[in-house]
Design a protein around this ligand. Structure first.
Ligand code: HAM
Length: 451
């Protein structure tokens, strides 16, 4: 007679293991990985940024990715799109209101004040390069995390600083082999801008019926932004809108004229754009943007003067001017124009090894070759010689070294010329100098052939 336990177990059906489908984690919308093949474009830009910083005596200053939210509200402007709609803001465990930086200038101005940089010889020239964040509607050229490089000249009021920054920016794009269209305007100072604001409001008030909903709000809150609207009907209105240049006070006008004279002096081509206003409220006088291919919807870079920002944040009055550009937009411009960028240097030598003891020796030899500056690579986790030589072939190395049991016992190593397959046995102790000799001979053959 079956026991209770038997009865219980006999009624149990063989369990069908339920496979729980795990959804793999995905990228946050509007953000991107920068995969290994991408880095040649990034490094290319990075090198040109650093070369330009060195040439114009800028020093790097990196601020944290996270700052207090009110820094950006005060610096960029509470009624700008960036602050109103696009900040990644949160309250942390200590009840601090923080935001991921949507740009660099505010943080650099904070750092300038906080580190007492006013006591340094002026101007202070700073540059930075890193990720910035804006919760924009994802579309071509608009990401939610994008990288900026940023140049700032703090503590200089003269128009020559604006000119030099524009020259630096244009030169940087030239070194990237990207032709850019430089657009310039002046947004005046708070005094003359107030008069212009009024003129703009008066003009647009009569056009309310044809304005988009967003512009109706801008009319009251931030009328200068009316000039930036991309809606077709608003674009048409813009064509007859009053222009800031006609309202500049004498001092702002003189600054603008001087800037343009400097640019003419170095024969830098630019275009006056009377409707360029930019999306950040801290600008005074000069504003500019750099545009790539005709028809592109967004600028590669932009900047301007911000003489009141540092004092508005609680620092001493410190005139300043700066610009920033987005790396993703530059990368796609480089690709779009099929600009050749240098590839990372390929290895010259492959080190193959067969069996445990030779592998141990090869590990050490690899370090020695590397220390002597030989561009060597390996595949220590692969066993067969055929497989290893296939990898060497694929990598396009000039020579392969093969170390097996026999060679190890004889104190030798095989040097294989990967072009013609000719193999030579050399003394293991002399292999580094032998390899260097062969690589040098190979290089001089190439140089002779190309001359
Ligand atoms: P911005 O024009 O707002 O200026 O941004 C500079 C550059 O960052 C743009 O020209 C663009 O290349 C890139 N960028 C902006 N938003 C995005 C996005 N959503 N996706 C991809 N790239 C983007 C500033 O940020 C000012 N802080 C510049 C400045 C420095 N003014 C004075 N000093």
């Amino acid at each position: 007679m079956p026991s209770n336990v038997d009865k219980a177990t006999s009624s149990v059906q063989p369990a069908v293991a339920k496979v729980k489908r795990i959804i793999p984690p995905q990228l946050v919308r509007g953000m991107r990985d920068i995969l290994p093949p991408e880095w040649r474009w990034w490094n290319f830009i990075w090198q040109k940024v650093e070369a330009q910083a060195r040439a114009y005596s800028f020093e790097r200053l990196e601020t944290p990715v996270v700052e207090k939210t009110n820094l950006f509200t005060r610096a960029i402007g509470a009624t700008t799109d960036i602050v109103e709609k696009e900040m990644f803001s949160f309250v942390d465990q200590s009840d601090d209101h923080l935001s991921l930086r949507p740009e660099y200038t505010a943080g650099l101005a904070r750092a300038y004040i906080e580190h007492g940089m006013l006591s340094l010889p002026q101007p202070v020239k700073l540059y930075a390069l890193g990720p910035t964040f804006r919760h924009e509607r994802p579309q071509s050229g608009r990401l939610r995390q994008f990288w900026q490089f940023d140049f700032e000249i703090m503590g200089e009021a003269a128009a020559v600083a604006d000119s030099q920054l524009i020259i630096l920016a244009a030169g940087l794009f030239e070194s990237l082999q990207l032709p850019v269209n430089v657009q310039i305007n002046s947004v005046g100072c708070p005094t003359c801008r107030a008069v212009y604001r009024q003129q703009l409001q008066d003009y647009y008030r009569t056009k309310r019926s044809v304005m988009c909903e967003e512009c109706k709000k801008r009319l009251q809150r931030n009328p200068l932004r009316l000039l930036d609207c991309k809606e077709e009907s608003c674009q048409e209105l813009k064509a007859n809108a009053p222009q800031m240049v006609d309202y500049l006070c004498e001092i702002c006008k003189a600054h603008f004229v001087r800037l343009l004279e400097h640019l003419d002096e170095v024969e830098l081509a630019y275009q006056l754009n009377p409707y360029l206003v930019r999306g950040l409220d801290y600008y005074t006088r000069t504003v500019f943007e750099l545009w790539g291919q005709e028809g592109s919807r967004s600028a590669l870079g932009g900047g301007g003067r911000y003489d009141n920002l540092i004092s508005d944040l609680g620092g001493q009055p410190t005139p300043a001017v700066g610009f920033a550009a987005g790396l993703e937009r530059i990368v796609s411009e480089l690709k779009g124009r099929e600009i050749e960028v240098p590839a990372p240097p390929a290895p010259d030598l492959f080190l193959a090894s067969l069996g445990e003891a030779p592998r141990k020796k090869a590990l050490r030899l690899f370090e020695e070759l590397r220390r002597q500056g030989v561009r060597v690579t390996e595949s220590f986790t692969k066993d067969g010689l055929k497989h290893q030589l296939e990898i060497a072939n694929r990598l396009g190395v000039k020579f392969a070294l093969v170390l097996g049991q026999k060679e190890l016992m004889d104190g030798t190593i095989i040097v294989r010329d990967m072009e013609n397959g000719i193999q030579e046995i050399v003394d293991l102790k002399k292999v580094v100098s032998e390899v260097q000799k062969r690589l040098a001979a190979h290089q001089s053959n190439i140089t002779r052939a190309t001359n």
